[in-house]
Design a protein around this ligand. Sequence first.
Ligand code: ACO
Length: 328
Amino acid sequence: MASVVITGVGSYAPNKILTNSDLSKIVDTTDQWICERTGIKERHIAGDDEACSDLAIKAAIAALADANVKPGEIDLLIVATCSGDMPLPSTACLVQHRLGIPAHATSFDIAAACSGFLYAMEIAYGQILTNRYKCALIIGAEKLSALTDWTDRTTCVLFGDGAGAAVLRKVDQSGIGIIGSDLGADGQFVDKLCVPAGGSRKPASAQTVADRAHFIRMNGREVFKSAVRVMDQVAREMLEQHHLTADQIDLVIPHQANRRIIESLSQSLKIPLDRFYINLDRYGNTSAASIPIALAEARRFGRIKPGQITLLIAFGAGLTYGSALIRW
Ligand code: ACO
């Protein structure tokens, strides 16, 4: 029996750091409010000359080096993002060309907001397991600062820029690597978190620009409630499916949106908070990049050891959600 394993991880965050106190000079907010309501202290912001693909490439180079894999070996490339360089073509095509991944590789973007990395992982996992591809590079990359309304204090304090990546391949050993993956999407929540304009429903016009409709709009309270409910549910289902109890999970890597969401999850799942990897204080919410950045950091900081089980849990605009179990 074979398994699909993560053979390398990497991450990148732009140099520029925007603190809560910096934000308090832009909008009517305070470091205290942001810390208490979200847990976020600072976030990385990409430069004007840095686009989503630039962040993605740096994370990918780190992941390839960690895996000791050359770009020429990649035959499946998936970039999860909602802030790609351009509406057309995919950011994956830009990454493929600049990294020197062969043109015969299948390269595409996936749009599942903050759950995008788990969507990419599920696809790569299935495709490698069924021998369609040999070696996948999956990337979560976001320049959310480009979609942020810097005049809206209810959203601009939340988001940051960054990228994380992983290399996946098959090994002839059973029971290791990705041992479970489950995804979902509930479109009834579409209007709770969206960028209203710039697509075919409301193409860009002078009016949409004047309405600031090209930026993220969110009903924070509604998203918060849905996130708590759906993350708990998807994590429970994953544990049940795999006959695992909460105390068998060594580390949980949740989507990094709000510390209160993570605390609530810790209570409902009865997994102590010190078994959750939390870095949102330093990154804010980086959407599809949040889980792979946390995964790469957790590995680097020795929070993941051979034989241990990690549970990944995501939710995002859509409302999309997902979870995955990895035995290292
Ligand atoms: N600074 C100071 N006050 C603020 C700020 C701010 N930055 N933002 C809102 N407030 C005020 C509000 O105006 C409100 O004032 P009022 O009572 O006078 O009306 C008060 O603070 C409370 O506002 P709430 O919205 O109820 O605050 P809440 O505790 O719900 O926190 C937050 C808001 C942080 C947005 C929270 O709801 C949240 O984290 N929601 C989830 C967001 C999320 O996880 N999104 C993830 C998906 S992202 C993706 O997929 C790209």
